[in-house]
Design a protein around this ligand. Structure first.
Ligand code: BGC
Length: 551
């Protein structure tokens, strides 16, 4: 057994540091805040934390623009705070993953500052530089190729100092590192080891699908919607080297953000843990208005390809880069509690390691922002302004921002109904969610019907049931509203049957699998169950969900 196999039994809590808890009143969440709230995290039952980036950064992209990899950002605390957090977390059997921003640095990083100063800089080859390319629109030379940045505009910016262009897949203040340069790789490996020595248990590797650029940096094919190359062969070569040089000797875990993968291409990363322990793909966010069957089909597609290949997936519905799933897929108005609990049950019975994003365990939906002025996130605002410049209908562009803008998921944690959601004694860096007075952590403690309490129960169920973590995953339902799956088999069978709709639905449990109707309810989300599970038939109220086993 590889020593990183523990990850397959993990339930991860993704913690967005600047928005979790502010211990010193400066309006920004910090490491001491996490230490203060450690008990609240562990009482939920999760056993792993993913901390958003905590190294020094000018925060053009909230820490995803690192200016010193061997440091802790002063607004988040000190190295001693981090070491204390690691020690206290480990004492509570909580492992900690670091968000390692490997694809790019901040433009304020001393490497880039030096690199841009002259073509002869010692760090010039640590980044990508190229002369401009003349075209009809840029007769004096424009971007060297047609690649797009994720955050609007070209992936190239011209530097004043030398007139050459540098590559950035994200903001112009996030220049891409040149991983083909062995010096870069050695330095990044050495940084990773430095953090492992401090006690970090593994990494979430940011934007790893862009690590290896195609040789010669050719134009991307015209038919691609986003003109970019992802998941290249070179990326795999770099990650295999990382695995051998860093992960294997330390028994450390790495989960890679691999946008644009299909089940087959993702296998190259994770089969037999050759490169990564698991990947994040984003297929679920590309399903237009998903319903039970879209979701089931998608999950099945990945499961079929991965199982049997000793490959592993993650399961997650929200993170810091999307609108919240309750608003995108559920009912964040009338049946909020039930639909939040429904998704909790689906997530925690999924195949792959589940990731809970802070706040979803309270049933948080989108922030309730009303205008672009409520947003801080540069990426969302750039895309919004670009849509307007390209002539998109203003109302539509605004609706898109309000629904999908990343700050929807980054609001300060709703701890209580106190001012600023109990997150800070000062003024929070981002407006709290509009509904914090009613939806908050404090109100849900001791309420046996709360979303928080339901998450706690379903996490416990997963921890206690090997079938939910490792059992075979079988899709049960083809009914448009019913999300039903079987995990495990025989005496270890656990089933999930849920109603992904606002309607009442009666459904027959499959008989052909040796299930003669002797069902025991392990967990359900409505109090005082008036629905019935009798003679193999189940009647479900809107968003009702059952986790069952047989006797
Ligand atoms: C992170 C984003 C970040 C981007 C650039 C992503 O994939 O999750 O939050 O803006 O990488 O680092």
């Amino acid at each position: 057994m590889k020593s990183s196999d523990w990850f397959r039994d993990a339930v991860v809590y993704q913690l967005y540091l600047r928005s979790f808890y502010d211990s010193n009143g400066d309006g920004i969440g910090d490491l001491r805040g996490v230490i203060d709230k450690l008990e609240a995290i562990t009482s939920l039952g999760v056993n792993t934390l993913w901390l958003s980036p905590f190294c020094a950064s000018p925060n053009e992209d909230n820490g995803y623009d690192v200016s010193d990899y061997r440091s802790v950002a002063p607004e988040l605390g000190t190295l001693a705070d981090l070491e204390e957090l690691l020690a206290k977390a480990h004492k509570k059997n909580l492992r900690v993953l670091m968000d390692f921003v490997v694809n790019h640095t901040s433009s304020q990083h001393p490497w880039f500052q030096d690199a841009k100063s002259s073509v002869n800089s010692r760090y010039r080859q640590w980044y990508y530089w190229s002369d401009g390319r003349p075209s009809d629109t840029h007769p004096h030379g424009g971007p060297p190729n047609n690649w797009d940045s994720y955050f609007g505009g070209s992936a190239w910016t011209q530097s004043e100092e030398t007139g050459q262009w540098y590559l950035h897949h994200f903001l112009p203040s996030q220049p891409d590192l040149n991983w083909e340069n062995p010096e870069v790789r050695q330095e990044m490996f050495s940084i990773a080891r430095w953090w492992l020595e401090k006690g970090i248990d593994g990494f979430r590797l940011d934007a790893v699908h862009h690590l290896g650029k195609p040789l010669g940096l050719p134009d991307a094919p015209a038919h691609l919607k986003l003109k970019q190359f992802k998941n290249t062969r070179l990326t795999h070569a770099h990650l295999r080297e990382f695995r051998k040089a860093v992960l294997e000797p330390w028994g450390a875990v790495a989960i890679g953000e691999t946008g644009g993968t299909t089940p087959s291409t993702a296998l190259l990363y994770t089969a037999r843990q050759q490169e990564l322990d698991a990947i994040f793909h984003f297929d679920q966010f590309f399903l237009p208005h998903p319903r039970a069957q879209d979701f089931l089909k998608n999950h099945e597609r990945w499961y079929r390809k991965f199982s049997g290949q000793h490959a592993w997936d993650t399961a997650f519905f929200s993170n810091h880069d999307q609108g919240r799933h309750l608003s995108l897929w559920g009912d964040d108005r009338y049946l909020r509690r039930r639909s939040a609990q429904f998704f909790a049950a689906v997530l925690l019975t999924s195949w792959g390691t589940p990731f809970i994003y802070q706040g979803e365990e309270l049933g948080l939906g989108n922030a309730g922002f009303k205008s672009p002025a409520d947003f801080q996130d540069q990426a969302s605002l750039r895309r919004y302004h670009e849509a307007l410049e390209q002539g998109q209908d203003a109302e539509l562009a605004l609706a898109h921002l309000l629904m999908y803008g990343r700050d929807n998921a980054r609001t300060p944690y709703s701890w209580s109904s106190a001012p600023q959601a109990g997150f800070t004694k000062g003024t929070a860096w981002l407006k709290p969610a509009y509904d914090y007075e009613t939806i908050n952590w404090e109100r849900q403690q001791g309420d046996s019907d709360s979303v928080w309490e339901f998450y706690r129960k379903v996490i416990r169920l997963r921890q206690d049931n090997a079938a939910l973590r490792h059992g075979k995953w079988v899709r049960w339902s083809h009914h448009p509203h019913i999300y039903a799956v079987q995990r495990g088999k025989g005496r270890n069978l656990v089933a999930l049957v849920g109603n992904w709709s606002r309607e009442f639905v009666t459904w027959n449990l499959p008989r052909s699998r040796g299930t003669q109707g002797n069902w025991v309810v392990l967990l359900s989300n409505y109090p005082a169950s008036s629905s019935s599970v009798k003679a193999g038939k189940i009647t479900l109220r809107p968003w009702e969900v059952y986790i069952l086993t047989t006797v």
